[in-house]
Design a protein. Structure first.
Length: 201
């Protein structure tokens, strides 16, 4: 529970609850904003469908639609130990920060997508399995990263929150398997080191 004084003149203030470790940890966050005898409740997290959120963004951003002194209650449900940093930010500053973050996220994920598709094209034209395995490794890492930071939930399965419980461990296992297969083939371990080849295979 915390008491906050929302500055006068703000059209809206916002609480951003960013949960390190991705949505596999923040099952549900409930926010209660109480002022006088009125309490307003909001909920978000990976156990709820994505679309009802106030902001179309992977992190949990919950609006505080009040002015003056308010009491704020936050309840976090998770499957393990979690941290819940939260802060108040103005509407204008939030939108500016989201624009910068979206540019960085889009650039990083776009670069991985181009790398994966480029190597997939080379694999199809040269019939070289090394390129195919590397392409699979890069694309599976892209999906792993998107699942970790919430973009996969936002863009790929927004109405299926139950997938969040399985996506991260499955994609991590797939990514590591493709990495081992790629290393073994690219370094020709079957020829240079049969013992290591058995370990990677």
């Amino acid at each position: 529970m915390a008491t906050a004084m929302l500055p006068s003149g703000f059209i809206a203030a916002w609480m951003s609850a960013l949960c390190p470790g991705g949505y596999g940890y923040a099952i549900r966050v409930d926010l209660y904003v109480c002022q006088a005898n009125d309490c307003r409740h909001q909920a978000a997290g990976d156990s709820l469908p994505f679309q009802p959120r106030a902001f179309d963004y992977p992190d949990l951003i919950l609006p505080l639609q009040a002015q003056g002194e308010v009491d704020v209650y936050i309840r976090l449900r998770s499957q393990g130990t979690s941290q819940l940093p939260a802060w108040l930010i103005s509407d204008a500053q939030l939108r500016h920060d989201l624009l910068s973050h979206n540019l960085l996220r889009g650039g990083f994920m776009g670069a991985l997508l181009v790398m994966g598709l480029y190597n997939l094209f080379i694999a199809l034209t040269t019939r070289d399995r090394s390129y195919l395995l590397y392409s699979g490794f890069v694309l599976s890492f892209l999906l792993l990263h998107m699942s970790y930071e919430g973009s996969a939930f936002q863009l790929l399965w927004p109405s299926l929150p139950q997938l969040n419980q399985y996506a991260l461990p499955m994609l991590f296992g797939m990514n590591q398997l493709l990495l081992c297969l790629f290393v073994a083939r690219f370094l020709r371990l079957s020829h240079h080191s049969p013992i290591m080849h058995r370990g990677f295979s």
